[in-house]
Design a protein. Structure first.
Length: 495
């Protein structure tokens, strides 16, 4: 609605139809290339030289689930190698951009970043090459490209969608997410469309982090699932409490984005009678550093298996005998990984080393708990995974009756409303000539808090005014754990 666009829907199955693996095409689907496809002709490269010829013997559950709902895979999309990056420039296949070089007379530096790491997926829906695209979101990789490209991006609650067949980057943070031009197709896939079961209900026994059916039932108990077959009524915004987190109003926030954010808030208040409530999430300022300790630590351990022997392209210039195993390993990894991935591995190996562990990895885990606690304090709904007595956050199947009412504070808001990124999309010139890698990491400052807490979040485009007229800023909605259906309904109205 803010973007004044019409909702679009997928041409879903007729009533009573049961999705089968051989369903006719209902929508076209692009798949990020760190998600396994096994159709005999596509590779799954993760944008890495190491996996440049890798063909998966099995398919990711999420791809099969979408094929069963009538999705036809039209292509795999480019990404930052193993999902590590914010601009989709760290790929063995070259950089992604949202403009075509012809538009800008071949001036590559003037092309705008598509965001990362699911930049290829965002561009595929922006250009209409796919109705829906799959991405992965570990610290913002679906939401940031959505914001830069002016499309919709959705990261579900951690543990909702199966990650079986998704190449892990940082297991405790990785989620599969969706990109599309409108919210509706995403909402229909998650919640169901009245004839097809929503993905929110599907447990995958192959993924140990996929919530069990009984945990799903318990989580859903205090959550509303709106009638999935109709567009949500704008009246759901009436009286809805939207929190504006003060700590997101940072010095680095561009005035254009700040203006779009405050216009959205006033519009929602004046036209839809939403209640705008300033809230404080004090641990937010430490979230980015905690993320960039935890994610590389998990990555360094995940990527240890790429040795050029069992996994990945082998460096054939090295003698293949037992004595040379270490050399083969080092040399294959040195050639197989790009510079950003090597940097993350070194960073992770350091923060996990015995001398640095206490100061970095364990501190970051503490910050992560504080970030979660901030969210639980401001949301009106309780977090069904948290036991306030022990203050544990446990994704295993909790015993019956562990939904806790105590939220460490008074009831406050239904959703948080904030920008997705601190600036509009920079140009590739700005990205590549930018100073240190930290300049790139700063783009994730508004997306990592929800990732650390495992919360659902969506980015919807909001037109900007003044400087940047004609472009859109990403407006982010963050919800309490497992409040995905209501979040998507609200996002659909806002859009
Ligand atoms: N930009 C972040 C990183 O590089 C997030 C990536 C992601 O969500 N996959 O780690």
């Amino acid at each position: 609605m803010l973007a004044r666009s019409r909702p679009s829907s997928l041409p879903w199955l007729p009533k009573d139809a049961i999705p089968s693996p051989h369903s006719p095409t209902r929508f076209t689907l692009a798949v990020k290339d760190n998600i396994a496809t096994a159709d005999g002709h596509t590779t799954t490269t993760c944008g890495s030289p190491f996996l440049s010829n890798y063909r998966s013997p099995f398919e990711a559950t999420i791809v099969s689930q979408l094929r069963a709902r009538g999705g036809r895979v039209v292509g795999k999309t480019n990404l930052d190698e193993f999902g590590m990056g914010s601009h989709s420039v760290h790929s063995a296949f070259g950089a992604v951009a949202q403009d075509s070089p012809e538009q800008l007379a071949g001036d590559v530096k003037a092309l705008r970043s598509a965001g990362g790491s699911s930049g290829g997926s965002a561009v595929s829906v922006l250009l209409g090459e796919a109705d829906v695209a799959l991405g992965t979101d570990t610290g913002g990789s679906v939401r940031l490209p959505a914001a830069y490209c002016g499309v919709v991006g959705f990261k579900p609650s951690y543990g909702m969608l199966s990650r079986f067949g998704v190449v892990p980057y940082a297991n405790s943070l990785d989620t599969v997410g969706f990109l599309a031009r409108e919210v509706r197709p995403i909402r229909e896939l998650i919640v169901g469309d009245g004839t097809t079961q929503g993905l929110w209900a599907e447990h995958d026994p192959n993924d140990p982090t996929s919530l069990t059916p009984s945990a799903r039932k318990r989580c859903a108990r205090s959550r509303q699932f709106y009638s999935p077959s109709q567009s949500p009524d704008p009246s759901i915004l009436n009286g809805l409490r939207l929190g504006l987190p003060l700590e997101y109003n940072i010095h680095e926030l561009s005035p254009t984005i700040r203006d779009a954010w405050s216009r959205a808030a006033s519009l929602l208040q004046s036209h839809f009678s939403a209640r705008i409530i300033p809230v404080s999430l004090p641990s937010t300022r430490h979230a980015l550093s905690a993320y960039y300790v935890i994610a590389p630590a998990e990555a360094s351990s995940n990527l240890a298996k790429y040795d050029g022997i069992r996994y990945g392209v082998r460096d054939t210039s090295v003698e293949n005998d037992a004595a040379a195993d270490g050399v083969l390993y080092a040399s294959s990894r040195g050639k197989g990984f790009g510079p950003e991935v090597r940097r993350r591995i070194l960073l992770g190996a350091y923060t996990l080393s015995s001398k640095a562990m206490d100061n970095y990895f364990l501190q970051a885990q503490r910050v992560r708990r504080l970030v979660r606690r901030d969210f639980d304090r401001v949301f009106a709904l309780p977090n069904p995974l948290v036991d306030p007595d022990q203050q544990v956050f446990d994704l295993s199947d909790l015993p019956e009756g562990t939904i806790m009412e105590d939220k460490w504070g008074p009831e406050e808001v239904d959703f948080l409303l904030c920008p997705t990124a601190p600036t509009l999309a920079p140009t590739l010139g700005e990205v590549m000539e930018g100073g240190s890698p930290v300049d790139e990491y700063v783009n994730d400052v508004f997306t990592v808090p929800a990732s650390l807490a495992g919360l659902p979040a969506a980015s919807v485009p909001m037109p900007v005014e003044g400087e940047g007229e004609g472009k859109t800023a990403g407006l982010q909605l963050i919800g309490q754990y497992w409040d995905d259906a209501r979040l998507l309904a609200v996002a659909e109205v806002i859009r």
